[in-house]
Structures are given as structure tokens and as C-alpha cells.
Ligand binder design. Sequence first.
Ligand SMILES: [Zn+2]
Length: 419
Amino acid sequence: MPITLTNATYIDRDALSMRTGAINVSDDPKGGIEFVDHVTESATVIDCAGKIVTPAFANAHHHIYSALARGMPAPPRIPTNFVEILELIWWWLDKSLDLDMVRACAHAVAIDALKSGVTFIIDHHASPNCATGSLHAIADALDEAGVGHLLCYELSDRDGTERFEAGLAETDAYLADHQGLVGLHASFTVSDSSLGRALECAEARNTGVHIHVAEDGADQKQCIDQHKCRVVERLHTTGALRSPKTILAHCIHLDDHERSLIADSNVWVAQQSESNQNNAVGALDARAFADKVMIGTDGMHSDALGAARASYLMAQREEGGMSPRQAHDRLRRVHNYLESNQFEGDSGNNLVILDYNPPTAITADNWPAHMMYGLSRAHVESVIARGRLVVDRGRCTLVDEDHLLAGCREQAERLWEKL
Ligand SMILES: [Zn+2]
């Protein structure tokens, strides 16, 4: 049944124009919205008096597999650098996952994302000991809760040939019946032959790659030692920068030549400034390719708006300043990525209803400043995804969130016992 929002103050995504009135929300999964004079009798009516309605958010780089890490046992020793953070924490965690745990991670993230107003997730998944079926399991769990997705499996040579092959097979099988990307961990864990095969798979499936790029200086050092060039140069030479569907995550330790290669390419860049602070790896300077940068959360949490605020604050020091409008556009750029590549699920009828009642006026000009300084996930009251009400006054509607979260805690206990 279509939904009608009455008395809604709607803020447009691009022009930020504001309009108050009744809105019909199409129940077609690929539908949109239209302002109407009369409420249709057959519609579900939601009174939005005093509320803001605006397009829902999307997350450009997540790691659903890390959802059960919150509060987990400490590693055997404190990591002293980025590679040790991977070895002692994340590669230990992802190898301990089984399909029940992966499914629980996806349920946990779906609930968390929806409640922060996020209706679409671009994810980068790794579960080396249960690659087979993992992407389908995540997709099913996200579909169940009403979250759109663009998934990939993180290919790498870090765990040997057999696991690389299993990851590639899972990728190819998943891409046969789903939209998605070909995931690669990072240049420093991928041989030339593996990179070549990943690119062949991407080309055959008409998609791009999703790879961590120069997140830490170690990625560059290995590339220079092993391949006699820098990471983005390696990707450029091998053709990895050709697809407009390709996403490079982080892009911190770049030189000017690499920055210009990205600026002149069709690829997009995902920024995760909170994760970068957490891992002490440095900060993005995107001045050379600012129009390509999107916002992700890198598994830290699922709140894209919160991540955009972190990016905005970080940019004041690292990128010579950023206006609230520029930060807003960076948060919203993921919609341009999805739209221009014709990915499905980030529809015009994905909306967030915000119970946001600020002490100052909201205008089209200052809405980005409200987003950076006032608005948070706490203001997300209800969420509509592809025309369906998926969060109703703070509760997920398509899934029983208490039941699922209880299941997540059981799976977390199993996982932590293995660590
Ligand atoms: Zn990441």
C-alpha cells in the first residue's frame, strides 16, 4: 500500500529546496515521491507535522563482518602499527567467522543502519573460512530488514591460494544473480596474477572493483619494493582505474602523481575519517579529487551522517577547510555514484523522517550547517525504503529486532570463545 506523508516539510537532496505539504510515496520499489493536494484513501497516512522529511542516507564503505567485534576480547598483545592491527585483530576475527555469525553481523548492521537513517550499504566482506555462500547470506539478511546493498568479497593472497580461489568463486557466483563489485583487500596483499584475475572477473560481470588504497604507508612501501611503482600507479597500469563503478577506499598516503591519476579517472573514493583516527594512519587530503569523495564508516558503526560530521571536522585541518555544504555534498555523493552506475535500491522513495526541532530557523542555505552541528541519528524517527515503512517511530517493522539482537549476542559469544 502506498504511504502518504501529510504536513511534511520536505528538503530536496540536491537543491535543498524546502516545501511543506502532503507527499505520496510510491510503493513501487523503483518509485519516487510526488506532492499532492489530496490524500488518497487507500494510502497509509503518516502525519509529519513539525517533522523534516528528506532522502535517506547511504554508506559508501562498510565492513558488516566486524559487527560482533564491539567489546570483544583484547588481542594477545597491543598492535604497534597498522599491519599488526590487521594481523592481531581483523584477520584473526574474520577467520573465526562462520555463516551463522556472518548472518548475525548482517542483521545487526541492518538494524543499526536503518535506525540511523541509512537505507543502502556498500559493503566489503571477508570471512576466509566460510567464503562460500557468505555474500548471499548477507544479501538475504539485508533484504529481510529492507536495506539496499552493493556487496563484494575481499579477495587477497594473505591466506593462500585455496582461500583466494574460494573468494573468487563466491564473487563470481554472487555476481551471476546480484548487483555487486569485485572486492580486493589492498595492493600489498594481492599478487599481479590475483589482481589480473579479479579484474577479468569484474570485466566479465560488467562491474568495478572495491579496494583499500594506501590506507597506511605500508601499502606504498610494499608496492615500491615489490612492483617498483606506487599503489595508484599499479592500479592505473593494470586497468583497475577504468570502471566508473570502482571504489578506492581511504587513499591517504598518495603523492601528487597518484592524486592526478585519480582526478583524471572515472573511479570514486570512499573516506572513513573515524577509522583513520582509530588506526592512526593519517588523513585524506582530497583537494585534487574532491568531486569523487563519498562517505563510509569502515565497520566502525553504520551511521553515515555521523561519519560525515567526522569528515567535516577532520577537513578543517587536513584539507584547508570545508564548508557545511561541501560536507553535505560529500555525504550525498554516494547517491550520485549509485545513480550514475544504475545500481538499484537507492530509490527516490527512500526517505527519512526526522523529529528535529532546532532553536534556530532551517533554510535551504543553512540546512547543511544543521546537519553538521545539530542533526544526529537520535532525530531519526521513521524510515521508508523503496516505498515501504521499515522503521516506525524508532522500531524496525520488517524484522523483530529484539529477537535478532538476542541471536546476535549468542553468535558474538560463540565468536569470542573462538578468539
Ligand atoms: Zn575498509
